[in-house]
Design a protein. Structure first.
Length: 86
């Protein structure tokens, strides 16, 4: 009986499990900070990619609705040819 009591009292006063729990909590906090940074970086990259895609899309729309450079130069050439033939 006395051995059981000594065993229980030593396990109650042993702070090793508490130290391990505190260390684990600190590791989790550090990991959480690292993940927050990674999330922020990925969020920034995603926003930049969306902006680039939107700019590319709007640029393609403006060139598809207007006259392209090739068509414009052909029209200029035809106009110049008609002036020189007359």
């Amino acid at each position: 009986m006395k051995k059981k009591m000594e065993s229980k009292s030593s396990s109650v006063t042993d702070a090793t499990p508490l130290v391990d729990i505190r260390a684990a909590i600190q590791r989790l906090r550090n990991e959480n900070k690292e993940m927050d940074i990674r999330i922020g970086v990925l969020d920034y990259e995603l926003i930049q990619a969306r902006k680039a895609e939107a700019a590319k899309g709007s640029q393609e729309l403006s060139t598809s609705h207007g006259v392209s450079d090739d068509e414009e130069s052909e029209e200029d050439d035809e106009g110049d040819a008609s002036l020189t033939c007359e």
